[in-house]
Design a protein around this ligand. Structure first.
Ligand SMILES: [Fe+2]
Length: 448
């Protein structure tokens, strides 16, 4: 039996927890980078072979920067019942605390939360120790998506919980103080997989692709591509009262894991963009995620940026591919979340023939220009998190923070790129290889 791809190479788990201080910095770290970059990845304990990449226990890696210095690195498992083997499905139904907590980590209202979409979030301390599950004082009555959206204007956190069983979709709003103020069941939603969603100034946008609940799928993640499953986009006005007004628009078959951004354009149309796979891309990607034969060389194969423009007045949807580069992990200057962004960033992957290498890509949506910072031989960058420069006046005046796994060195480093030209500003050498994985966030001290 060949080793599972998610337990080898860049994705091989690390076996223990470390703390290291006073890290070596090459170049000059901008002093405004004062805070902590935290990344989450699936990192099963030694000897454990999960049946699906996403079933691996979550481990967070933190890199603490302060005024030009790299103060510490530490990595910690998120201590959930699942880390000790507790099952998700019990005789009483799903145990929402039995989480891998291995998908994302965010901050809201002073709380650090490690997220997995089938569960409650898990609160962490600033030193990455686990506090426990967080259910918003009992007001979270479902699982919580790993992709909540923080409104840059109001500070609200918008999110949802989805389930293959009714209620399929519940929408929540938490205020800037971290209290859930609105929740509503969304009518018309079904069992289709909903990993991410979008927030515009006036609307909430849900996507149901061609991947839906499949009780015969035994990898532990019971979903599969089903040709008969109609793909569609749901658009509703923001706020709990908006749910009743949701409208669903049919789209072409496909599966979009991550939203790059969405906004209302000058004509009031909803524009939504994100990397999307077709049937074959999903098959190759899924087979990688479960370690089955017939898989792609990368976890995201044939994943290309796609755009939908939804005219709410006419009901028409314009849908088109906007690029042919294999990408995932789209990011942006989050001050532009929900409004028209000029710049979009992502991680680029080799094409399906294995050519092209890994890189950090920047799109200029106004000119169509695409610029790539090539990571180099045997190097894989993580999702590139945008941090604005002090006193920034331009959208791309800031930094991209990415943790690069370097197989030749069996090590990782934090790369700080100038978001305008993608040039390297500083490199922080880490005491170990950081498991390649999913999402992360920059938590500035000013937010704490
Ligand atoms: Fe995700």
């Amino acid at each position: 039996m060949t080793a599972k791809p998610y337990l080898t190479g860049h994705y091989a788990p690390v076996a223990d927890e470390l703390t290291a201080t006073d890290l070596t910095v090459e170049g000059t770290l901008p002093p405004e980078l004062t805070g902590c970059l935290i990344r989450n990845s699936h990192n099963p304990k030694p000897g454990v072979t999960p049946t699906h990449w996403f079933k691996g226990s979550g481990m967070v890696h933190g890199i603490r920067l302060r005024e030009g210095r790299a103060e510490w690195y530490r990595n910690r498992w998120v201590r959930t019942p699942a880390l000790d083997g507790a099952p998700y499905l019990t005789e009483h139904g799903p145990d929402l605390t039995a989480s891998t907590a291995g998908t994302h980590v965010i901050e809201h209202a002073g709380r650090l939360l490690a997220l997995c979409e089938a569960n409650f979030p898990f609160e962490l301390t600033p030193d990455l120790d686990t506090v426990g599950p967080h259910d918003f004082d009992g007001k979270l009555r479902s699982a919580m998506t790993a992709h909540p959206k923080s409104d840059p204007v109001t500070g609200e956190l918008h999110f949802f919980g989805s389930s293959p069983f009714p209620p399929y979709l519940v929408y929540y709003v938490a205020d800037a103080d971290g209290h859930i103020t609105h929740s509503a069941e969304v009518p018309g939603a079904g069992a289709a997989l909903k990993h991410d969603f979008a927030l515009t100034r006036h609307h909430v946008v849900f996507v149901e692709g061609t991947v839906t609940f499949d009780p015969t799928e035994h990898s532990g993640i019971p979903y599969s591509w089903q040709d008969g499953q109609p793909a569609r986009i749901g658009v509703m006005p923001r706020g709990a009262q908006g749910a009743a007004a949701i409208r669903w628009f049919p789209i072409e078959p496909g599966s979009m894991l991550h939203v790059a951004n969405a906004y209302e354009d000058a004509h009031g149309r909803i524009v939504l963009e994100g990397p999307t796979v077709d049937r074959e891309g999903f098959r190759l990607s899924w087979n990688w995620w479960v370690g089955a034969p017939g898989r792609g060389s990368e976890p995201n194969t044939r994943s290309h940026n796609r755009r939908w423009t939804i005219d709410l007045a006419t009901g028409r949807v314009d849908e088109r591919a906007v690029d042919d580069l294999a990408i995932e992990f789209p990011t942006l200057n989050e001050d532009f979340l929900g409004v028209e962004n000029r710049y979009q960033y992502a991680v680029s992957f080799p094409d399906r023939h294995g050519f092209g290498g890994y890189g950090v890509v920047k799109y200029d949506r106004a000119t169509g220009e695409r610029r790539i910072h090539q990571a180099g031989d045997a190097r894989l960058p993580s999702e590139a998190v945008f941090v604005p420069a002090a006193g920034a006046t331009r959208e791309d005046d800031g930094y991209l923070l990415t943790v690069v796994s370097d197989l030749k060195q069996d090590a990782s480093h934090l790369l700080v790129l100038d978001a305008a030209g993608l040039d390297t500003i500083a490199t922080v050498h880490l005491p170990r290889r950081v498991t390649a994985g999913i999402h992360g966030s920059w938590i500035p001290d000013t937010k704490a």
